[in-house]
Design a protein. Structure first.
Length: 291
């Protein structure tokens, strides 16, 4: 049986790891905060104290961590054996994915760049979409793992970085939708218009977007249960802006980044990314003035 070491059991990694155990995978898990990994023991996973303990003798390494520097640090600490298949599923951006691929090559590790599309609920339901780029010969080994956590896998060739670049393209769209929804709803309120009319008018039209219907009610209620935290969304928005550089004017992503940063600075970093509405509507600024 293939043994998998899964490093990073946070808001996305935990349900992904749980689905792997349910699929019958022999799984070792590690998380910097051990308490976040321990519940997986009840499902049948082995909880390790260190990345090296999790990776020792494993056939496959999965990383689902917050950013590139963290992945690099944890991979170095894992001391992975040559020949191990590394499925790097974190969103790390173009520069870091190149750095990680280089580290894998030096370690004699087979590297697959494979970020996922989806947030907490799709992760819980094993409905993530896996974007993957790596050697053709590892498809069969990776397939059971990808199938356990997702509903679809898109292989995008063999060059590491291809999947990460597409993930940034998709993130630019998701971030823009979130920000545009916040701006429209905040504008409706500022102009004395019932925000529900925003949803009513677009119903059945070509510009009716399910994502707006998912995030909009959170914005209107002021309750932001975390599907994807604002702090990580800000990281993703920054990666989009950095990847675009001077080649493309990603003003939408830049505006989203500014609003997310403002929300994080106001103490809302662990709330769902929809909390950027507070920055758009200047709710924290008004609250500060009232105080």
């Amino acid at each position: 049986m293939t043994t998998v070491a899964f490093l990073g059991t946070g808001i996305m990694g935990h349900p992904m790891a749980a689905n792997l155990v349910r699929a019958g995978v022999a799984l070792r898990v590690w998380n910097r905060t051990r308490a976040k990994a321990e519940p997986l023991a009840a499902d049948g996973a082995t909880v390790a104290d260190t990345p090296a303990e999790a990776a020792s003798g494993a056939d496959v390494l999965v990383t689902m961590l917050s950013d590139g520097p963290t992945v690099a640090e944890v991979f170095a600490a894992a001391d992975v054996k040559p020949g191990t298949l590394w499925l790097q599923m974190s969103t790390v951006g173009t520069e870091w994915i190149a750095t990680l691929a280089e580290a894998a090559e030096k370690a004699g590790v087979v590297f697959v760049d494979c970020p996922v599309m989806g947030t907490k609920v799709p992760a819980e339901q094993a409905q993530l979409q896996v974007l993957a780029a790596g050697p053709d010969e590892v498809h069969d080994t990776a397939a059971p793992i990808f199938d356990a956590v997702g509903s679809r896998t898109r292989w995008l060739g063999t060059e590491p970085g291809t999947a990460t670049r597409l993930k940034l393209v998709m993130n630019a769209w998701v971030l823009a939708l979130t920000n545009a929804t916040a701006e429209s709803l905040a504008l409706a309120r500022a102009l004395g218009i019932d925000p529900q009319l925003f949803f009513d008018v677009m119903e059945g039209t070509g510009f009716d977007v399910g994502y707006a219907r998912m995030k909009g009610p959170l914005m209107l209620s002021g309750d932001y249960p975390t599907s994807f935290p604002a702090a990580l969304a800000a990281k993703d928005a920054r990666l989009v802006v950095e990847a675009a550089g001077d080649a493309v004017d990603v003003g939408g992503a830049a505006a989203t980044l500014a609003h997310l940063n403002a929300a994080v600075d106001a103490g809302h970093g662990e709330k769902d990314m929809a909390v950027l509405y507070r920055a758009v509507a200047k709710e924290d600024a008004v609250a500060k003035e009232d105080a």
